[in-house]
Design a protein around this ligand. Structure first.
Ligand code: 5RP
Length: 224
């Protein structure tokens, strides 16, 4: 059921893609449905360029026959289709449960349009039901931990088995729960200014539209 909704949302967003576009491929299980749908359209003749937001999405794109540009050589993306962990009515999102928030945000910032795809569980009245992932240089682990606590977070080091989870850039992640996420703009600025913090999962201005599927029905929401 949930997977059907993820696929429906992803396929609806993929319908936005036109020949000649440079498309950003997001990360996570819902974005994976989008990558599969894009691969199908490419096999049917769609001509696009594409970049990815994670190593895993790169592997997936290759499996679906989507040729990729190196994002290092790309300044502007036409459309990025990505997943989200939460999205509120103001199109503010929390991303990064998959750990790809740094590249996702860089690609989103380069994109003329960012569309998120999700099942209905991700639509929330208020942000804060999931922790905010914060990517940290390992060298700065203890120093950043103290700063995050001073901001009111309860940071938990993300693990992969017994070891710290490492991002595509070999950095660590603190998943930061907050008692209340009342002032996300102020929090985003505060997080960004901590030396050693390299990225965080608050996407407050990037999202232009959302395709959200619930019980087989897709809602397209557009930021005005
Ligand atoms: C990865 C992300 C994902 O897009 C987000 O976690 C949603 O993933 P899923 O579609 O699997 O629920 O931000 O960093």
């Amino acid at each position: 059921m949930i997977d059907d909704d993820k696929r429906l949302a992803a396929e609806a967003a993929v319908a936005e893609i036109e020949d000649g576009m440079l498309v950003g491929l997001g990360s996570g299980s819902t974005a994976a449905f989008a990558i599969a749908a894009i691969g199908k359209r490419v096999s049917e003749g769609l001509e696009i360029d594409a970049v990815v937001t994670s190593l895993e999405s790169g592997r997936l794109a290759a499996r679906h026959g989507i040729e990729l540009l190196d994002f290092e050589d790309v300044a502007t993306v036409d459309l990025v289709i990505d997943g989200t962990d939460e999205i509120d009515p103001a199109f503010r999102a929390i991303k990064g449960a998959g750990g790809a928030m740094m590249r996702e945000k860089i690609v989103a910032n380069a994109a003329k349009r960012m569309v998120v795809v999700a099942d209905g569980r991700k639509r929330v009245a208020r942000l804060g039901g999931v922790p905010v992932p914060v990517e940290v240089l390992p060298f700065a682990r203890s120093a950043v931990l103290g700063e995050l606590r001073r901001l009111g977070a309860e940071p938990v080091l993300r693990r992969a088995g017994a070891d710290p989870y490492l991002t595509d850039q070999d950095n660590i992640v603190f998943d930061c729960a907050f008692a209340a996420l009342d002032m996300p703009d102020e929090l985003a600025v505060a997080l960004s200014t901590i030396p050693g913090v390299l990225a965080h999962g608050l996407f407050l201005r990037e999202v232009d539209a959302a395709y959200i599927a619930t019980g087989g029905r897709v809602d397209r929401l557009e930021r005005h």
